[in-house]
Design a protein around this ligand. Structure first.
Ligand code: ADP
Length: 631
């Protein structure tokens, strides 16, 4: 056995990588601690595993832990573990070499652009070498479990191309890493700073991370002899479900979601096999104030093997499920996975797809078995879920099944009707799901467009959320039934209309042909595209509709209100020949009065829609002149 100190050269790649890493990862330097803690935790896992077949490896010390200590005077930071440790050869193989395939190719891809390189280096995984971001000398002393104390190894390097190894006496097994901090890195000589980094990144490392308790003496915080466990030392999600109480699930939710309230529901799943991950996903019971803020952060925390990787990992949940909170812990990702990498990761795509299905399943279950809870959910997050059909084509039908609407069946503003309920109540001969969009519940409920539907007892969904126009544009059908606006196209009730009605309609069309032409000429092309006899109205004299494939009047108005220009589709004016006003117009001989009536028919249809008149004063003037005719 050699006892002399040997000086060895780093593998060329290591040298290059070290140099790049120190520069490009500097902006996120605190991660070195996470990396070293993670290695220590792995070493503990390995020892635990080997000790399964050889318990003597524990050397009467089976309480595995990680210790973090600092020495202000010496300006050192020390990370100690009692894990598996390393033999001399292991130190040379693992610490002086990058045992990864593709290292050369990887280095060739580096561009010199710091930001891009930082991402690449992050993907590659920097591990132990990240110590050199903050240290200009690293001393690692280790002894493999099971070997005698003289088999201790000391490795030391300034990260410049060379390292030394010597054999030392090390009574305790495991690894101790002393970081001699670079000039200006004194922030890591702070009890508070270290503890906050540990809590941020390693709270759920299953191993206890201990530091000395401190006390204040002469205005200085000094360590005492007492130990303190800094992290929670237990990853709740990694525990078996039957060992976790409801209260623990709820407490954990409050912690991850920063919420004071209990969650509405959760789903805890361990996926095994080709891909391994654990997900613990929560539905909150109240919407956060910034739910509609486009810049807002997402609520999923990503862990890799219990090590916290990043917060608000938007790649893990689509925008329409942005209210979901929780943790996904993947086994197959590198610890240094970056956001950029998540975007192109097949593993992440699969995890995301699985998680979406789980959330939808959770909601379906709630809707079916706990309708009161589901009503709370819908009240808080329904509008966000409505973004789903437009965003997630693959799950469109499942999302559609979760939607709830107000309808003429209940005639209340409460959204309680599902598309399935609707389909179950469809009339014999009805083949479409009818809806109306409007600015408010009242405008929808009282729209003249509903008259014929009410008369025939056909249910119509009342849509009055801003997002509804967008929703129906991305949800053409449900359960094989087309969604049809009652304010669009030439209403064809098909089998719902009987023969006498059809005949009456045909007769009216012939009878009113000249009148329709005359109204159209009077109003002019820039007001109406067409004037026709209605199928829709029973009580009102007139209404406005658009073509089947045109933008709805309601949506065009919303765009205008938002300062955008719509396509400027001209509406179709439909008139009701049964109405006294229309009969009156038919026999009106006075041209000026005819013009007033025609405009009145158009303007009141627009008002009934919730629209705004171009010239309100002209409307009032016309109305008054016609009222004055009353005797
Ligand atoms: P990675 O952890 O990605 O393999 P590192 O550079 O961080 O890369 O570590 C290289 C290797 O060094 C580890 O795989 C492990 O075998 C060994 N090692 C690092 N730290 C420790 C430790 N605290 N105890 C035992 N072995 C360690």
């Amino acid at each position: 056995m050699t006892t002399t100190k040997e000086t060895l050269g780093f593998q060329a790649e290591v040298k290059q990588l070290l140099h790049l890493m120190i520069h490009s990862l500097y902006s996120n330097k605190e991660i070195f601690l996470r990396e070293l803690i993670s290695n220590a935790s792995d070493a503990a896992d390995k020892l635990r595993f080997e000790a399964l077949s050889d318990p003597a490896l524990f050397e009467n010390d089976s309480e595995l832990k990680i210790r973090i200590a600092f020495d202000k005077a010496a300006r050192t930071l020390t990370i100690t573990d009692n894990g598996i440790g390393m033999s001399r050869q292991e130190v040379i193989d693992h610490i002086g070499t990058i045992a990864k395939s593709g290292t050369r190719e990887f280095l060739a891809r580096l561009s010199g652009d710091q930001q891009k390189d930082a991402t690449l280096i992050g993907q590659f995984g920097v591990g132990f070498y990240s110590a050199f971001i903050v240290a200009d000398k690293v001393t690692l002393t280790t002894r493999r479990a099971g070997l005698t104390p003289e088999h201790g190894v000391r490795w030391e390097s300034c990260g410049e191309g060379e390292y030394t190894v010597e054999m030392v006496n090390k009574p305790t097994r495991g690894t101790e890493i002393v970081l001699h901090l670079r000039e200006g890195e004194d922030e890591f000589l702070s009890d508070w700073r270290l503890k906050s980094i540990i809590r941020k990144y390693s709270d759920h490392i299953t191993l206890p991370i201990v530091m000395k308790k401190t006390e204040w003496k002469d205005g200085e915080q000094v360590p005492t002899d007492e130990d303190e466990v800094v992290n929670q030392a237990s990853a709740l999600w990694a525990r078996p479900k039957n060992e976790i109480t409801e209260a623990q699930y709820e407490e954990f939710y409050k912690h991850v979601a920063h919420d004071f309230e209990k969650p509405l529901a959760w789903s805890h799943t361990r996926v095994e096999g080709k891909q391994e991950y654990i997900s613990l996903l929560y539905i909150p019971s109240r919407a956060p104030f910034d739910l509609y803020d486009r810049e807002r952060r997402h609520g999923i925390k990503l862990y890799v093997k219990r090590v916290f990787i990043m917060e608000d990992a938007e790649q893990l949940m689509p925008a329409y499920l942005r209210f979901v909170r929780g943790v996904i812990d993947a086994s197959d990702l590198p610890l240094n996975v970056s956001r950029e990498m998540l975007q192109h990761s097949r593993e992440i795509d699969a995890i995301r797809a699985g998680s979406v299905k789980r959330v939808l399943g959770l909601l379906e279950d709630m809707a079916e078995h706990q309708p009161e809870k589901y009503a709370i959910f819908w009240q808080e997050f329904g509008r966000v879920l409505k973004e789903g059909p437009g965003e997630d084509f693959a799950n469109r039908d499942r999302i559609a099944g979760l939607l709830r609407f107000a309808s003429t069946h209940t005639d209340t503003a409460e959204a309680t009707v599902s598309l399935k309920d609707y389909v179950g109540r469809m009339k014999k001969g009805q083949d479409k799901i009818y809806y109306i969009t409007a600015d408010s519940f009242a405008a929808a409920k009282h729209s003249p467009h509903l008259e014929i539907f009410r008369k025939k007892g056909i249910e119509v969904l009342l849509l009055f959320d801003r997002v509804d126009e967008w929703l129906v544009s991305s949800l053409p059908e449900f359960d094989g039934k087309r969604l049809q606006s009652v304010a669009k196209g030439d209403l064809d009730l098909g089998e719902l209309e009987d023969e006498t009605e059809k005949e009456a309609h045909k007769r009216a069309e012939d009878e009113y042909k000249d009148l329709l032409e005359k109204i159209k000429t009077t109003l002019g092309e820039d007001k109406v595209r067409e004037v026709r006899v209605t199928h829709r109205l029973t009580d009102s004299p007139s209404c406005l509709v658009t073509g089947e494939h045109d933008m709805s009047i309601h949506l065009e108005r919303m765009l205008k209100a938002a300062g955008q220009k719509g396509p400027g589709v001209k509406p179709i004016l439909e008139i009701n020949p049964q109405h006294a006003l229309v009969a009156r117009l038919k026999s009106e001989a006075d041209e000026a009065r005819f013009t007033d009536w025609a405009h009145l028919l158009f303007d009141q249809a627009l008002l009934a829609e919730g629209g705004q008149l171009d010239d309100p004063a002209a409307f009032v003037k016309r109305l008054n002149s016609l009222l004055a005719l009353l005797k």
